[in-house]
Design a protein around this ligand. Structure first.
Ligand code: GDG
Length: 477
């Protein structure tokens, strides 16, 4: 197997298997933000990407795709059930999102999580060149940094946590709370979305291990008497803003935005929500506020329509099935109560759409509703802002989304406060064009200045500094 100077380790490979023209399967680049973010870095370096190819029991050899070596990690049907749907999506996900849903703690899930993390670590250890840099992604792989350091002490290891890190009072529920922190502390740099997440992590480390933390550094004593310093810091992720600007300027996307408005019966205002169908996103709270505004007579369906894109997600996990039922019941009731022949209250779309359609929706939306109860960052908020090259439109943004730290000119809401949210939605609907412009310009400046290229550069430069320091220390020994 070829050796790589730069290795990404993520739960999923950056490609999807899709049916090809000749009846066989072909690989297609997946649309995700992480793939876009890392593409330039992977191309520059001799890059490899270690991850699951999707699907059960696939035995695949490493292969090259677009100049990157992809190293598939095999997951059995049982691994998918225990490590992925169980431990990752039914324990860590709800626990780290402030127990919005009750996390389940099952020992068989944990055993599988450890086993699968080791498999990822071994695959990375095998493909990394001597002294290479490895960047591990997200909560499915929290044990990989330590496992990898044990296998390959010569590597420089980074880890980025895409979701929140909870306060100690919640984190301490986790039966394996020590093992997870130890796993993460194997990294040289541990990146979080918000300053608050890095703070929660450092507090958990102090409480459970009493390790010394100085500025953002955590000093971890090693068995051989030396100290390993892990840097735990915020690196807020972003989007490829220019690609949304480019999409929004295309005449066909603008035409589609106009068509969407017409197809909806030309309402005066279109409100939009775009989320994976997930209980962290506050979709039910949003529907409740919107339904009450209709009930109160503050708005009517000829005037205002809510478009809710809820893309299918984790459909085999019980909590997600329940959420879908609840949302669809609410949408059905609201529409049943308020729709007319020509107008609908909520246009609900349980589907995924191409990026062009998303951009057209952003352009058509007068008000974008991001009402997450807890969200690491929320890229949709940044995408909406980037697409509004006309400096119009209003972003209503939950203070519980990481994006709220940077996007301070949005209309901020607390999604638990339904009355407050109703007032803010009305304020957004009625906002004069001049105020929209002022706020949108400020938001756009933030997103265009801090794009995803800057995110990966700043993380990787912190990692390069860590590597220099480590080399200097070992030269002294
Ligand atoms: C996790 C964290 C953090 C959605 N529906 C469609 C579609 N999308 C795209 C959006 C956006 C992405 O999916 C979703 O990103 P978010 O950030 O909003 O949320 P999560 O999926 O929960 O992501 C989150 C993120 O990781 C990155 O660190 O911000 O907090 O939870 O890009 O546009 N894209 C297309 N069609 C759809 O129907 N094309």
């Amino acid at each position: 197997m070829p050796e790589a100077e730069f290795v990404v380790v993520a739960n999923r490979l950056p490609v999807d298997r899709v049916p090809g023209a000749h009846g066989d399967d072909v690989w297609r680049r997946s649309p995700g933000g992480l793939v876009t973010a890392l593409e330039p870095v992977m191309k520059k370096a001799d890059g490899a990407w270690v991850g699951w190819a999707g699907g059960a029991d696939l035995d695949l050899e490493p292969f090259e795709f677009d100049g990157t070596v992809l190293v598939p990690v095999r997951l059995s049907a049982e691994d998918i059930e225990l490590y992925y749907e169980g431990m990752s999506n039914d324990t860590f996900w709800p626990l780290y999102h402030d127990v919005i849903a009750a996390p389940r703690y099952r020992r068989v899930w944990w055993d599988s999580y450890e086993r699968v993390n080791r498999r990822f670590a071994e695959a990375a250890a095998e493909v990394a060149a001597p002294g290479a840099t490895v960047w591990v992604q997200d909560y499915q792989l929290q044990l990989v940094p330590k496992m990898l350091r044990e296998l390959r002490p010569d590597l420089t290891i980074g880890y980025f946590h895409h979701i929140p890190f909870p306060a100690y009072g919640l984190y301490s529920q986790l039966p394996w709370r020590k093992q997870v922190l130890e796993g993460l502390l194997g990294a040289d740099v541990i990146g979080f979305q918000r300053v608050a997440d890095a703070g929660n992590f450092a507090r958990a480390v102090r409480r459970l291990f009493r390790y010394e933390t100085r500025a953002s550094g955590v000093n971890v004593p090693q068995p051989d008497g030396t100290t390993h310093t892990a840097l735990a810091k915020a690196f807020p992720i972003s989007i490829d803003a220019e690609s949304y600007v480019e999409l929004a300027r295309r005449p066909e996307v603008q035409q589609r935005a106009a068509d969407i408005r017409r197809e909806l019966g030309n309402p005066r205002k279109i409100l939009l929500g775009v989320d994976r169908l997930d209980y962290t996103k506050g979709i039910r709270h949003r529907l409740k506020a919107f339904g009450e505004l209709l009930e109160d007579g503050e708005i009517n369906v000829e005037d205002v329509t809510l478009v809710q894109v809820a893309s299918p997600s984790r459909e085999r996990v019980e909590a997600y099935m329940q959420l879908r039922d609840e949302i669809e019941l609410t949408v059905g009731r609201t529409n049943g109560d308020f729709d007319t022949m020509g107008h609908t209250a909520i246009r609900y779309l349980h589907n995924s759409y191409p990026r062009e359609e998303m951009a057209a929706l952003f352009l058509a939306a007068d008000v974008m509703l991001v009402t997450a109860l807890r969200d690491g960052m929320n890229l949709v908020a940044k995408e909406y802002v980037a697409a509004r090259t006309d400096n119009r439109g209003v972003l209503v943004l939950s203070e519980f989304a990481g994006a709220a730290d940077e996007l301070t000119s949005a209309v901020r809401i607390n999604p638990h406060d339904i009355d407050g949210m109703k007032e803010s939605i009305m304020r957004a609907i009625d906002m004069p064009a001049a105020e929209q412009g002022k706020r949108m310009r400020a938001l756009r400046k933030k997103v265009r200045e801090n794009d995803v290229a800057k995110w990966s550069e700043s993380f990787l430069s912190a990692l390069a500094d860590a590597r220099t320091m480590r080399n200097a220390r070992s030269a002294k020994r």
